[in-house]
Write a protein of this length. Sequence first.
Length: 326
Amino acid sequence: MLEKEGRSAVARREFLKRTALGTAGAVMAGELPAWGQAEAKSLVVVVKSDSAISEENPDRANLAVVEKMLERGVCELTGKSDAKAAWTTFFRPSDAVATCDAGSHLQNVPELSVAVMKGLALAGVRQMKLGSIWVAYRERSQMKERLDGWIAAVKEGLAAAKISEEVMDRELYRIPARFAVDPFDGIVLVCTLKPHYLCGVAGAVKHFATLAKKGPRVYHPDGMKTAGEVLATDFKAHRKLVVVDALRFAGTGDPHRPARDYVFQKSLVLSADPVAADAVALALFLKAGCKPSGDIPPQIHIEAADKDYHAGVSDLAKIDVRQVKV
């Protein structure tokens, strides 16, 4: 019986691999189209700064530079020249807005979480929450020292911005998470890109599935091909802003252990379309020489979010990618 199940699993993975490679071989090869030249259906902004992060201190970033990168990104997305006007295009003062951290194997730099909260405060959002998996599960973690350093850095940044640390909600990210249960009008999804044994590479679409009402486990089979369902159900009504911390990628790794190697991209990837954000970030990840985990092609769940659930655009040729240098 076990032998039969093993053959079935291998056959299923081989089928997934052949299917994805047949439709997205160019992306796996790291070949990028001429960005910004196609008739655009979705807009993705890539903001790069060489001074955002030091390779000698990969878990911290320059807050002032990260803030400037985020401001340029939201301004480019909205066509506004003023950061406050750009943020209020996404979120109103009367909105309840949640943001999250990337957590686990490759946490986002704390400065990005601070910059996002400052952006929401600039928009006048009065009900805002930061759901951190590191805050939620700190007591159970074997990495308390590392977690405490990140949490302390976020609290310090919030205090300097005169934002109460009470915005850090301890229960919001306890699985099954409450992002789609509590009455939020908007979500700022912060994520990173890292190899993942369930879906090849974990990014925005996978992260939304982690935050789903039912919890992530139901979306795990078959390369997480059904992860995009949550964008068409749980998070369909939310106004969404995705910010991919691409300051550094995890080159390889185990999702249950902290990243040990980094590939520095020194960029943020922003979009209101989670699927397009993933497609562009994955292309950057592969072009940088990073490798997916195992034999599951990482674009399976991204393309399915587009084709099966109509939750965004996965075809690079149909995405307007604007690259900005700060």
